[in-house]
Design a protein around this ligand. Structure first.
Ligand SMILES: NC(=O)c1ccc[n+]([C@@H]2O[C@H](COP(=O)([O-])OP(=O)(O)OC[C@H]3O[C@@H](n4cnc5c(N)ncnc54)[C@H](OP(=O)(O)O)[C@@H]3O)[C@@H](O)[C@H]2O)c1
Length: 310
């Protein structure tokens, strides 16, 4: 049997993604062979494909390379405590989710409750973990006034809901088209088409910056002198941290960490109906080029997912 994958064949535009066929990999003792059902598509996938950031640096000598850090699927063969047919999800740090089979470390996999569709589970390893961990980094507490930039995106739409669960008052920036969506998640929508965010929100305790760059820097004006800032896009993090320092505000960057414990928190919240995940498009693997065009547009609502042929 063959293993169909979609690989980055060279750094460049979305068309550098090409289908390829390889052998089904053989798991090591500490690994599980997973038949992938769904893979999340994240901005890091497109940035890496374009040759940008730490992701590209890491894989530059490994092309063709199969992206996909978000993996939800079925255990293909018994492997210790994992049995064939078990439903699993994991943040696969080596990538490989854009393909039918991969070997995942047992320690990377969480079990997906029956009530949670695998498609939804596939949104958790990058976007969900980032949302959960950025709120921890920012130490979001009850009654904090929290501003989330890019509230309608993959990370933002989950972070709004988790910040609400923490008891924060949440403001989230978005375009006019996403005001109703962001409001429905429990945030006060800040429409950046109407006026600059910094003119609309003041005295923020916590800024969750999912935009970085000019947008992230301008939003520092919303933050109280004693406030906290976590800036998530890694490429512009040094600039935001320096700009915050100039204003006397503490800011830090972050890199999402794989954590089965945190995945379990998200899966449990979804199982209990406390998290509403929006998937705006599910593309078949062979339409991965379109999925990359979408994610690169910076305009997608919620998550974009690839469905892997079975
Ligand atoms: N450091 C890490 O470990 C880590 C982990 C995950 C993600 N990230 C980074 O974090 C960022 C967010 O990730 P994501 O997956 O949430 O991205 P995403 O899903 O691609 O975000 C898309 C959203 O951005 C919104 N947006 C675009 N321009 C905006 C603006 N000027 N103001 C407010 N919102 C705007 C869009 O909503 P509108 O159309 O309404 O504007 C859209 O819904 C990315 O840069 C990603 O690479 C870093």
């Amino acid at each position: 049997m063959a293993n169909l994958q979609l690989a980055i064949t060279a750094f460049g535009g979305p068309e550098t993604l090409k289908l390829q066929t390889t052998d089904i990999p053989v798991p090591a003792d500490n690994q599980v062979l997973v038949k992938v059902a769904y893979a999340g598509v994240n901005p890091i996938d497109a940035k890496t494909r374009a040759g940008l950031g730490w992701g590209a640096e890491k894989i530059k000598d490994s092309l063709p390379w199969v992206p996909g850090f978000d993996v939800a699927g079925i255990v293909a063969r018994d492997a210790g405590e994992f049995k064939a047919g078990d439903r699993v999800v994991g943040r696969i740090v080596e990538g490989g989710g854009y393909g039918q089979y991969l070997c995942a470390d047992k320690s990377a996999l969480a079990r997906v409750p029956d009530s949670v569709p695998l498609e939804i589970a596939a949104t958790f390893p990058v976007a969900g973990l980032t949302a959960l961990q950025v709120l921890e980094h920012a130490d979001v507490r009850h009654q904090d006034r929290v501003l989330i930039l890019a509230g309608a995106g993959g990370v933002g739409h989950i972070a709004i809901q988790l910040a609400n669960i923490n008891g924060a008052t949440v403001y989230a920036s978005c375009s006019t088209a996403n005001v109703d969506f962001v409001s429905s998640l429990g945030a006060e929508a800040v429409d950046y088409h109407k006026a600059p965010v910094e003119e609309q929100v003041k005295d923020i305790d916590v800024l969750i910056d999912l935009m970085g760059g000019d947008v992230g820097e301008a939003a520092l004006q919303c933050v109280k002198p004693s406030g906290r800032v976590v800036t998530v896009p890694t490429i512009t993090a040094p600039r935001i941290i320096e700009a915050a320092k100039q204003r006397g505000i503490e800011a830090k960057g972050m890199l999402v960490q794989p954590s089965v414990e945190d995945l379990d928190v998200l899966l449990h919240a979804a199982d209990e109906g406390k998290l509403r995940i929006t998937i705006s498009a599910t593309y078949p693997l062979k339409q991965g080029v379109q999925a990359h065009k979408d994610i690169e547009s910076g305009r997608t609502r919620g998550k974009i997912i690839l469905e892997i042929p079975q």
